[in-house]
Design a protein around this ligand. Structure first.
Ligand SMILES: [Zn+2]
Length: 229
C-alpha cells in the first residue's frame, strides 16, 4: 500500500494566507562533529530542503530548514522560503510605476517580508520624500513637506498624524529597542500606496489628455446679420 501524502501548512503567496501544501519531494542532509572524543559529545546539524505544492492554487515553492543541536530545543530550525513569503501583496498598478518609485517599493516589500519593520519604515519615509520632490516646490524639510501635502489635499490630517508617529518609531529604533508595530506599518503602507497611486492616476490622466486630439472647431454659422462689404 502506498504511503498517504505528507501535508504541511505554509503561507501561500498566491492564495494570500496559510494553506495546506503537499510535500512533493524532500532531501535531508545531516552532519555532525565530535567535540569531545572522551565523552563522545558531538554537535549535530541538518538542512532539509522541501518542495511544496499548494493544495489550493498549485503554486510550487521551496522551503529550507536549518537545524542545529546547539540551538534552543524548542526551536525547530531556521526556515527560509524561495521565493520569500509575502505578507502584503503588491498592488495591481505596481508594474506601471516610474522607476524612481518601483525600485524603492520593491526593497520595502522585501523588508516587510523579512519583518524588517524599521528598514521598511525608513524606505517608506524616503518614498514620501520622492513624492514631495515631485509634487512640492522648493524641497521643504520632511515635517514641513507633510504639512504642505495636507494643505494641498494629498493626505488628510489623520494620515499626517499616522505618518509622524510611525516615522518617530522608526527613528527610535536606532537608539532604543523599539520598532514600528505591524499595525502602524500597515497603516503607513496604506497611506503611501494611496499617495503613489494618486500620482500615477494624475500622470496617466495628463498623458491621456495629451494623446486625445483637440476637438475641431465648430463650423461657424453664416452670420446673416453682418453686413457684407
Ligand atoms: Zn495557494
Amino acid at each position: 500500500m502506498s504511503e498517504p501524502p505528507k501535508i504541511v501548512r505554509a503561507h501561500c503567496n498566491e492564495c494570500g494566507h496559510e494553506t495546506r501544501h503537499d510535500v512533493v519531494m524532500e532531501r535531508v542532509h545531516r552532519e555532525s562533529e565530535l567535540i569531545d572524543p572522551y565523552s563522545g559529545i558531538a554537535v549535530h546539524w541538518a538542512t532539509t530542503h522541501t518542495m511544496l505544492e499548494c493544495r489550493g492554487c498549485e503554486e510550487v515553492i521551496f522551503r529550507r530548514v536549518e537545524w542545529c543541536s546547539e540551538a534552543d530545543p524548542m526551536d525547530s530550525g531556521e526556515v527560509t522560503y524561495f521565493p520569500p513569503r509575502v505578507s502584503r501583496r503588491r498592488p495591481g498598478w505596481f508594474e506601471k510605476l516610474p522607476s524612481e518609485y518601483s525600485s524603492l517599493f520593491s526593497e520595502i516589500y522585501s523588508a516587510l517580508h523579512a519583518d524588517s519593520r524599521s528598514l521598511a519604515m525608513m524606505g517608506l519615509r524616503t518614498l514620501i520624500d520622492v513624492f514631495m520632490s515631485r509634487k512640492l516646490q522648493d524641497s521643504p524639510r520632511f515635517e514641513e513637506g507633510l504639512k504642505q501635502l495636507v494643505a494641498q489635499n494629498y493626505i488628510t490630517t489623520r494620515s499626517l498624524e499616522v505618518i509622524k508617529a510611525a516615522v518617530e518609531a522608526g527613528h527610535a529604533a536606532a537608539h532604543r529597542a523599539h520598532k514600528p508595530s505591524p499595525d502602524q506599518l500597515e497603516a503607513v503602507m496604506d497611506i503611501v500606496e494611496n499617495l503613489i497611486q494618486h500620482d500615477l492616476l494624475t500622470e496617466s490622466a495628463a498623458s491621456l489628455r495629451k494623446s486625445i486630439p483637440p476637438r475641431p472647431p465648430r463650423a461657424a454659422k453664416p452670420n446673416t446679420s453682418e453686413k457684407q462689404e
